[in-house]
Design a protein around this ligand. Structure first.
Ligand SMILES: Cc1ncc(COP(=O)(O)O)c(C=O)c1O
Length: 522
């Protein structure tokens, strides 16, 4: 049914929606609620959002009671989803049933309080609402002239983020989908500034001579991004780490000198601020000094760790962050947002413009003034969602202090857990025994005297399985120097005291069960 503007409109089922009539879901009237039109009238929009919102609220309210993982139904869900292209509308409630009863529960419960796995995301509700609003009004903020208000709001959110991280005024950047992309953008920007892909460009050394440096603990997205940027493994140097899993500055310096001596052009050093295995933070001032001496770009992969710069108690560990040419930081980690919001902050926005500029006669004129940003000039993307609203709205609604306080609590919980587990005589943390986690993550394993390395690894995998079997908490594991460790990462906005204590009790009980477990044959 094609409809006119206004609110007194004919619906597909022939009824009329009166202005200001309270909406009654179709199912409540004994009929399925159907939405055959694409351009919904106000009443239909209200019914749709109310029905979805009711399901979302029910889901979020029941999060604490939900299992932390439930993926056994994956095959059944896949079979259920495998259906012919729906030519006709489906009833709303049956669609929502499928989503909320079958599809969504079949997962690791990344939104629930017991999620201490990987680097937790959050699911901050106000950010989800911002995402909905941004999509519903559908402003295009990729080119400033198309939506100056929306683009300036996004720039403001970037400035606030830079300020939270202690960057000097003037720092800007771009919101991305996450740190994998932010790392890629930084590598491309550094490459294009310091190296030339054109052999005829005498001012810069050729791409083939470029070398980049990071620690052996770097996130895998970095070597992957280097490869995508045309810098295959032969260009990249993974520098060994010290006992605290920080890059060995002496070995880095030696590698830089050796590479120079053999005619390479070191152009990029990447610091890890918050490694995934142990939360280690590379010594940024030392790396900044080396980058300065070698005219190299310093990029910080602070996907997880950079936000801890908000806490005065972390200022020492994250000293020098502001010396970086660029930093990748993920609001969908330490600022508790739903997945899909990362950021790359850069000292000089012209570096991104150089790498990603592309003009066309059919586009509006770009601003080119370094303040009014045309985001399509700063990434490979042209069409993009108005993603800055996802950070702007929560910062306005809750205030930065709320974020700082939540992050502070999570860090305190991680340190308390570290302290408690360290007191167990058979628990081993990698690295110095008396060094608490800098951020909110640590690794541990249970030593099993008498077992060889392989059997001990198996025993720790079983320990992890025992913990996760509770379905009240999820941890994940990793390998460090060939040994299997469990990781304990507290970053979720919903991990309040009760669940944290329960999680810790579950880990302690699983350790105790490990001590009683029959000897595993090597
Ligand atoms: C240190 C680090 N770098 C990069 C990434 C990749 O980030 P994303 O998953 O947002 O692409 C992660 C993800 O956990 C990370 O922890």
């Amino acid at each position: 049914v094609e409809r006119e503007g206004g609110s007194n409109q004919e619906r597909s089922d022939g009824t009329r929606a009166e202005a200001c009539t309270p909406s009654v879901p179709g199912s409540a009237r004994g009929r399925p609620d159907l939405f055959p039109e694409l351009d919904l009238d106000r009443d239909s929009m209200a019914r749709l959002i109310e029905a979805v919102s009711a399901r979302v609220l029910e889901h979020l309210e029941s999060l604490p009671a939900q299992p932390m993982q439930s993926t056994e139904s994956a095959a059944a869900v896949a079979a259920r989803l495998d259906e012919p292209l729906p030519e006709r509308p489906s009833a709303l409630e049956s669609v929502l049933d499928l989503l909320f009863r079958e599809v969504i529960p079949c997962s690791l419960n990344t939104a629930a309080p017991g999620y201490l796995a990987y680097i937790p995301g959050g699911g901050l509700y106000s950010a989800a609402v911002a995402e909905f609003a941004a999509a519903a009004v559908n402003r295009y903020a990729g080119v400033w002239a198309a939506a100056p208000g929306a683009a300036d709001l996004e720039s403001q959110a970037l400035r606030w983020l830079a300020e939270l991280l202690g960057f000097p005024a003037g720092t800007l950047g771009v919101f991305t989908t996450g740190a994998s992309l932010s790392n890629l953008l930084a590598i491309v920007a550094a490459r294009d500034k310091r190296l030339s892909s054109d052999a005829g460009d005498a001012s810069r050394p050729p791409l083939a001579r470029g070398t980049l440096y990071y620690s052996s603990e770097v996130h895998h997205s970095v070597p992957k991004a280097a490869r995508i940027a045309g810098l295959a493994a032969a260009h990249a140097r993974a520098i060994p780490v010290d006992a605290s899993f920080r890059i060995r500055v002496d070995l880095l310096e030696r590698a830089l000198q050796e590479d120079r001596a053999r005619g390479c052009r070191p152009f990029l050093i990447i610091a890890s601020v918050g490694t995934v295995n142990t939360g280690a933070v590379d010594p940024i001032p030392d790396l900044a000094e080396l980058a300065r001496r070698h005219q190299a770009w310093l990029h910080v992969d602070g996907a997880y760790g950079a936000v801890f710069r908000m806490l005065p108690e972390c200022a020492g560990a994250l000293k020098g962050l502001e010396l970086a040419d660029s930093v990748a930081v993920d609001p969908h980690k330490g600022l508790f947002l739903p997945y899909g919001l990362g950021a790359l902050l850069v000292k000089d926005i012209a570096d991104l413009q150089r790498a990603f500029h592309g003009a066309a006669a059919y586009l509006p004129a770009f601003q080119g003034d370094g303040r009014r940003l045309d985001f399509c000039e700063l990434t490979p993307e042209l069409s993009r969602d108005w993603r800055g609203l996802r950070l702007w709205l929560p910062l306005k609604l809750h205030g930065a202090a709320a974020f700082r306080e939540t992050l502070r609590q999570r860090r305190a919980q991680a340190r308390a857990a570290w302290e408690r587990l360290r007191a167990e005589p058979d628990v081993e943390m990698p690295g110095p025994r008396d060094a608490p986690p800098e951020l909110s993550l640590f690794a541990f394993r249970q030593r099993r005297p008498g077992l060889d390395a392989a059997a001990e690894n198996r025993a720790n995998r079983e320990l992890l399985a025992r913990i996760n079997h509770s379905r009240r908490v999820i941890l994940t594991g990793t390998e460090i120097a060939g040994d299997f460790y469990l990781r304990f990462c507290v970053l979720h906005l919903r991990t309040h005291r009760e669940r944290f204590e329960e999680a810790l009790a579950i880990v302690l009980a699983a350790l105790a069960a490990g001590r009683r477990a029959p000897r595993i044959d090597p």
